[in-house]
Design a protein around this ligand. Structure first.
Ligand code: ADP
Ligand code: MG
Length: 679
């Protein structure tokens, strides 16, 4: 058995683990030896201080050295067995429930001197230890600092420790995968020694080269896997797409604005990819409202004009409808556009699927059901994925494979990922970034108000409506839920309808397709002034005439989510407003977070600040994404390690380093199991 096989072998292969214990471990999701190594001690118990009986502290774990004086084994059911012990200062009783006499005689031999460690209680004037587990005639076996792990019923600490320690002792030496220069930064500590140190109770809550090395292993393996994905996609040779500049001009002539420099640069980068014979695998990143849609539509028309089909995937029906409308407006009339979502009826669906396979549809917009179904395009040339937070490396790779050799891939995201996370989240892709917003934009002014001041807000929006502006009003839930203390959108809708003369619409996820469509059209055509909605408007929706957004129970949202919601306004030239409503009692931390939002209009900055405040796990789009979760590495606390890994991956790629030496690292750390999919 080689070292890798040993580490991934089943937990039952450890000596002393039977079927019963194996089951207990599996219940804790520890299936292999490697899993066991990553189940870290949560705390430790210091059993090194030896106390005398007369100085024992109650309720604490204490260690004592005593003489075993007398047994008391009553023959009456339910009465515990007792062993009386003593030192020169007093007496102590060991109480045993459900333990056999034979066992007790073995661990506490009469007249012997034993070391006992356990929690001390006091009962009927006597010191007691109940069911002591740490007992030995050899003081050195007890007088130690013991790691404590999360246990499960039936798995004693003693047993767990024996098992972990036996594995830690047998840990194999793995061939070093890191370059000397890297290893040097971690005082040349090996993987094996680092793992052993990680479990050493002395090191709990401590960091050092051992921790950094292991965290770096995680980061680099994630980067390397992305790099492999990228390479495997770049290897694919596709047919070059041929189109000319007039195609894009057809669209830009219809716009009432000029593209920003970043938009133009992004289009150029995308065009270069489309025209090359390497498959495009590109991320278009830009904050909310930065104008990604138009870039993707220009790319789409280019691809269509070169004779290929394009498919655009969006997360919601509403967004699909909106993109459809825009595409119909901007594309030449002869381009055939269709929309396919979970709401499309069966007959229509069949027709669309058949038309796609015959190349009678050029541009298909749909929700992600697109790729779950068995849809065959005749000549798919580009897949665009808009606002898909949940897409990780594995899903993207699958999608690219599914699209076929000639299919380029463009992912668009407003998920504001801090710099250190970009490599982790999108290391497999090339990137185009839209940093600047259109020049006509004014920053959204953000207020926060306690919700008992709602009348002031009504007055404020009355003024806005009077001058022809429109308003979003966001409520977190559809139905009243006292438990969560959320405002119901229906209730709010009823109230506002009375105040605003019925010029109010209600939008939530469970409306029928036609109803949604009607309300959105009404809002667009200004038949209604206020759109009350749940967070369905969060992603992507574009109504440039809306200039204020009210968000109820704002403290229930993450900062980045609030920023996304706020991004629904401030999309035109007008001054826009965002009003955050709160319950009057806000914690200090909540106030801090709101201030971040008030002071910043840049999603990346907000994400970074939010991450510092709450830790990276809470970041919008990151937690949901299933992209990657690290066991040790933390993008906030270990920024330097992320930067080091970025440097190292560049060095590895530029030097064409043989990746084989990283095989064990990659196989051990590939948590998405993506390596199996790479050929
Ligand atoms: P997002 O990047 O969030 O997807 P959109 O593509 O929906 O943003 O664009 C937001 C709004 O900005 C739209 O109304 C769009 O027409 C407008 N827009 C896009 N590019 C420009 C530009 N260069 N100048 C002015 N307005 C623009
Ligand atoms: Mg968008």
């Amino acid at each position: 058995m080689n070292n890798y096989d040993f580490l991934v072998s089943d937990i039952s292969s450890i000596k002393g683990i039977g079927t019963k214990t194996t089951k207990l471990f599996k219940k804790k999701n520890i299936n292999t030896i490697f899993d066991l190594l990553w189940s870290l001690p949560r705390d430790y118990t210091d059993r090194t201080q030896i106390s005398k009986i007369n100085e024992l502290q109650l309720g604490k774990v204490q260690t004592i050295v005593v003489n075993v004086e007398k047994y008391s084994f009553p023959r009456i059911r339910n009465l515990p067995n007792k062993v009386i012990c003593s030192d020169e200062t007093g007496k102590l009783e060991c109480i045993f429930f459900n333990s056999y006499e034979g066992y007790i005689r073995k661990i506490l031999p009469l007249k012997s001197r034993v070391t006992i460690s356990g929690k001390i209680s006091f009962y009927k004037n006597k010191y007691q230890v109940t069911n002591p587990t740490h007992v030995s005639t050899d003081i050195n076996k007890i007088k130690k600092i013991h790691s404590s792990y999360s246990l499960t019923e039936g798995l004693s600490e003693k047993k767990y420790l024996t098992i972990v320690n036996s594995v830690l002792e047998k840990l194999p030496d793995l061939d070093e995968w890191h370059d000397k220069s890297v290893l040097n930064k971690f005082q040349n500590i090996s993987w094996k020694e680092s793992i052993q140190k990680l479990h050493d109770p002395k090191n709990i809550n401590k960091k050092g080269p051992f921790f950094d090395r292991l965290a770096f292993d995680e980061i680099l393996s994630s980067f390397l896997i992305s790099s492999k994905v990228r390479k495997s996609i770049k290897k694919i040779k596709k047919n070059k797409k041929k189109f000319n500049i007039d195609t894009a001009n057809f669209i830009t002539k219809k716009l009432n604005f000029n593209l920003t420099v970043d938009q133009i640069n992004s289009i150029n980068e995308i065009n270069k990819d489309l025209k090359s014979n390497q498959k495009m695998f590109r991320l278009l990143q830009g904050d909310v409202g930065s104008g990604k849609t138009i870039v993707s539509l220009i790319a789409s028309l280019n691809v269509i004009s070169s004779g290929f089909q394009v498919s655009l995937m969006v997360p919601t029906e509403i967004l699909a409808q909106q993109h459809l409308k825009l595409a119909k407006k901007l594309f030449p009339k002869n381009i055939k556009i269709e929309i396919l979502t979970s709401k499309t009826d069966n007959k229509e669906r069949k027709k669309i699927i058949s038309d796609l396979s015959l190349n009678k549809i050029n541009f298909l917009i749909g929700t992600h059901s697109l790729f779950q179904d068995n849809i065959q395009f005749k000549k798919l040339g580009l897949i665009i994925i808009d606002e898909q937070h949940k897409f990780g490396v594995k899903q993207r790779k699958k999608l690219s494979d599914k699209g076929g050799v000639n299919c380029d891939v463009l992912v668009m995201s407003a998920t504001p990922i801090p710099r250190t996370m970009i490599m982790t989240a999108f290391g497999d892709m090339d990137k185009s970034i839209i940093r600047s917003k259109p020049r006509n934009r004014k920053d959204v002014i953000t207020y926060s108000k306690p919700d008992n001041k709602i009348n002031e807000i009504i007055l404020f929006i009355k003024k806005l409506i009077k001058i022809g502006e429109q308003i979003f009003w966001v409520c977190p839930l559809i139905e009243e839920s006292k438990k969560l203390d959320h405002q119901s959108s229906i209730k709010r809708y009823e109230i506002l309808k009375k105040i605003f003369n019925k010029k109010v619409g209600l939008l939530h996820g469970s409306l029928k397709k036609e109803e949604k469509h009607k309300i959105l059209t009404d809002f667009l055509e200004r038949k209604i002034d206020i759109l009350v909605s749940t967070t369905v408007i969060e992603v992507g929706i574009d109504f440039p005439n809306a200039s204020a957004i009210i968000i109820e129970n704002a403290n229930k949202f993450g900062l980045s989510q609030l920023h996304q919601l706020r991004g629904r306004v401030g999309r035109g030239e007008k001054q826009s407003y965002c009003i955050l409503l709160f319950k009057s009692t806000l914690s200090e931390n909540a106030k801090k977070r709101i201030n971040i939002l008030k002071k910043n209009n840049d999603g990346f900055k907000i994400a970074e600040e939010d991450m510092k405040l709450r830790g990276y796990g809470e970041l919008l789009g990151f937690k949901q994404s299933g992209l990657h979760s690290f066991r040790l590495a933390d993008p906030v606390l270990n920024e330097n390690l992320f930067l080091l890994a970025e440097k190292e991956i560049n060095r590895i790629e530029n030097n064409d380093t043989d990746l084989n030496k990283y095989n064990t690292l990659l196989k051990l750390y590939d948590r998405a199991d993506i390596l199996n999919d790479l050929v």
